[in-house]
Design a protein around this ligand. Sequence first.
Ligand code: COA
Length: 329
Amino acid sequence: MRRGGAGSRVLGSGSALPRRIVTNDELAARIDTSDEWIVERTGIRQRYIAGEGETTASLATDAARAALADAGIEASEIDLIVLATATPDNTFPATATKVQHALGCHGGIAFDVAAVCSGFLYALTVADAMLGAGQGTRALVIGAETFSRILDWEDRTTCVLFGDGAGAIVLGAGEADTPAREGRPGLLASRLHADGSCHDLLYVDGGPSTTQTVGHLRMKGPEVFRHAVVNLSSVLGEVLEDAGVSVEAIDWVVPHQANKRILDATARKLGIPPEKVIVTVDEHANTSAASVPLAFDTARRDGRIGTGDLVMFEAMGGGFTWGAALVRM
Ligand code: COA
């Protein structure tokens, strides 16, 4: 989809993290790694890891409650919940339906989207299109993960990179005859892509229909790195062109938080100054579908992202899938 449906608007945001922080030094006490290696190669200093009673649905529910409070909207006003995750509470039903029940919403639409680390971009684009098509007026778009539960904790090349968390936004339908252009708030443009030929570079080696197990994450990191910089720079360019906006006009880039070096290389390639890039990978590590809304909420709450700002979201993940979206606040 090249343009936002009718330019649905961000009305609020929220996020949630597990109670427990795990530092690089704690990992280095268990596996053959070091704080120095992890910081230098990834920028990650710590991650949050879900404990007993903390699940994808519970984190998603907490993030959704915070987003509703920020937007000043009651759960009963939500018509649509789109939840992006690769680590659902159960194979089915959708984790979105658990969140719907926990929030006390009834009768609306609730489903999950599986696009791994690009999940939030996919969920945002789908929710915007559905609101634009008249399927409701208020949506919760959530990215939530407990990746710690699909990691191979003996594999130092992957387990140091990921963390758990959730982020959410409330979207409100735009006016059909006043699309979000010329300074009005709303989703200006979004682009999504997928290339299934890259499956083996980043995947989980299990599933109900293959092994009847949950499986563990497997990744060829350096190859993923190379694809990420190329794909992300290209999709950002597409979105800018669709929106008719120059790269200089962007106030903030909220990237998927996989690796500080990917964020730096992508921004450099596009000529975006580093001070415009929101970075939370040091604190959260890679939280997959949760990373973009978590970083967005962090930067809204600390006062960096404000009304009128032009914000670019971008992400790439397993599949490969990737995408970007431009929003005016
Ligand atoms: N601690 C210490 N050493 C480690 C290590 C760890 N946690 N993980 C790997 N190493 C070692 C490797 O074994 C290798 O050793 P060798 O040279 O003796 O073989 C060396 O460090 C270099 O490994 P390499 O994989 O080439 O490092 P890198 O600079 O490419 O960094 C990643 C690895 C995974 C951090 C990096 O490739 C990356 O971030 N890729 C993208 C991952 C990503 O974004 N995934 C999610 C997308 S949604």
